[in-house]
Write a protein that binds this ligand. Structure first.
Ligand SMILES: Cc1cc2nc3c(=O)[nH]c(=O)nc-3n(C[C@H](O)[C@H](O)[C@H](O)COP(=O)(O)OP(=O)(O)OC[C@H]3O[C@@H](n4cnc5c(N)ncnc54)[C@H](O)[C@@H]3O)c2cc1C
Length: 276
């Protein structure tokens, strides 16, 4: 290890970060496995003593998920159906030990193409809250991940929360993940969805696909095509390969690109069927 600090206030953490490049550490469940087989030589800023960053709070217009909120915290929190998709992802991230340590913000900041949280946060139209000595800013999750392991976070910024706008009473979300087995597995494809209906018709729809491109993708053309249509079981049948043209899957040890596309099409149809 280079040097290690674990400040107890956000001000102190920002001052330490501003004094020189440091790697931020939350649950460590991405950080440590990525360093297996080599010495950890970077300077680390451990965020886990910043108690104010942990927990989920409800505001008038939005929900706030503190950056140190773990997957287990999320599972245990009494939340409306708006969070069903994210909670389903939480139950499928690793096993209980990983869920107890790993944070939702760490999953997002790690910017893995296979991060299960990110498509859900995109479907929820969430923002990332970042704090630096210059103040607080918000950035939409959908533009936060810029590439494989790359985000829009500046080196002097700490992610302090993920902010989820409230939705109407009909809002529902879902999450479907395909791996090589049911649990403890990296996704081959995953799909997150959000749907609101009004007078029996789709009034808002957001669908995001992960693990089929360097950055999870919203299916905007499909969202537009289905909005305004009757929210019935037939909706999924309207989805065709042309709606997935924004996906650019790769062949790797887990699946071929063609298999990923086929699976994505099927999961999108199933997600829509669940949502309606
Ligand atoms: C056995 C195992 C199984 C797993 N299964 C899954 C799975 O099924 N699905 C899945 O998506 N992931 C999985 N993971 C990966 C990991 O557990 C999650 O991505 C987890 O949510 C990461 O959170 P963390 O707090 O541990 O992040 P850390 O490892 O602490 O940090 C990850 C990255 O985020 C940055 N970071 C963390 N917090 C902040 C912050 N507040 N501000 C700015 N940057 C920050 C760190 O600098 C680092 O680059 C698995 C990991 C293991 C070890």
């Amino acid at each position: 290890l280079g040097s290690y600090v674990r400040p107890e206030s956000l001000e102190e953490a920002l001052a330490v970060l501003g004094a020189g490049g440091r790697t931020l550490l939350a649950g460590g469940t991405d950080f440590y496995p990525a360093r297996v087989g080599r010495a950890i030589d970077e300077d680390v800023l451990d965020l886990t003593a910043l108690a104010g960053l942990r927990g989920i709070t409800e505001g008038r217009y939005e929900w706030r998920i503190g950056a140190l909120t773990t997957w287990s915290d999320l599972i245990a929190a009494p939340l409306p159906p708006l969070f069903d998709g994210l909670k389903r992802a939480a139950r499928e991230v690793g096993g209980v030990q990983v869920q107890n340590a790993g944070t939702i913000a760490g999953n997002l900041c790690n910017a893995s193409p296979a991060a299960d949280g990110t498509p859900n946060l995109m479907a929820l139209d969430a923002d990332v809250e970042l704090v630096s000595p210059d103040g607080v800013r918000r950035h939409p999750v959908r533009h936060f991940v810029e590439g494989n392991r790359r985000t829009a976070r500046r080196p002097d910024e700490i992610v302090t929360a993920i902010v989820v706008p409230k939705a109407g009473p009909t809002a529902r979300t879902t999450f479907l993940k395909l791996g090589a087995r049911r649990y403890l597995v990296i996704s081959i494809v995953m799909v997150a969805g959000f749907l609101e209906a009004s007078e029996g018709k789709v009034s808002a729809l957001r669908l995001a696909v992960g693990a089929c491109s360097a950055v999870p993708q919203r299916l905007e053309a499909l969202e537009r095509a289905l909005t305004g249509r009757p929210a019935t079981a037939e909706l999924g049948a309207l989805v065709g390969p042309e709606h997935l043209s924004c996906l650019t899957p790769i062949d790797d040890v887990r699946a071929s690109a063609g298999y990923r596309l086929d699976a994505a099409l099927e999961l999108v149809r199933r997600a829509i069927a669940e949502l309606v």
